[in-house]
Design a protein. Structure first.
Ligand SMILES: Cc1cc2nc3c(=O)[nH]c(=O)nc-3n(C[C@H](O)[C@H](O)[C@H](O)COP(=O)(O)O)c2cc1C
Length: 133
């Protein structure tokens, strides 16, 4: 397996914070969604909006060629019970497989209310124990 990248979209900064923690932990490159490049594995990280996948991540998956890539998927949302995360993660799983990728694993974490950014210690705790290599 080659060099890892964490690919993320973030409006208010919580998902960016989670992506930074993961990239540091893995020695991976941090890539904003619009500049996603040829790396393997990929960690896709995006907030849940209105109980759905994020339009920015959906747009990326519309045009992504993920053949031969292992893809891990992270959702960030305000709801501490992670409502709708299962449906959203299943949606992304299907999209990744349609694009030719293999899903390595998924994780749903709590970020913050809209307009707020979660504190880094809380993000670190939420990501604790996620085995992504
Ligand atoms: C337009 C919009 C819709 C949202 N819808 C939901 C939702 O359905 N469920 C939820 O738990 N959080 C929802 N949120 C909250 C975000 O998922 C949460 O603030 C997350 O931490 C944002 O990540 P970011 O800081 O990386 O942008 C919504 C936020 C916005 C801006």
């Amino acid at each position: 397996m080659g060099h890892a990248a964490v690919v993320f979209f973030s409006r208010d900064g919580s998902t960016k914070r989670a992506a930074e923690v993961l990239a540091n932990r893995m020695g991976a490159t941090l890539v904003e969604l619009h500049e996603a490049q040829a790396s393997n594995p990929l960690i896709l990280a995006a907030p849940i909006w209105a109980g759905n996948g994020n339009p920015a991540m959906n747009g990326f998956l519309d045009q992504a060629d993920l053949r031969g890539k292992t893809v891990h998927i992270l959702t960030v949302q305000a709801d501490p019970d992670h409502g709708s995360s299962k449906a959203v993660l299943d949606h992304y799983r299907r999209r990744v497989v349609e694009a030719g990728g293999t899903v390595g694993g998924t994780r749903a974490i709590t970020g913050a209310s809209p307009g707020k950014t979660a504190e880094e210690p809380a993000i670190r705790d939420a990501l604790e124990g996620w085995e992504i290599g």
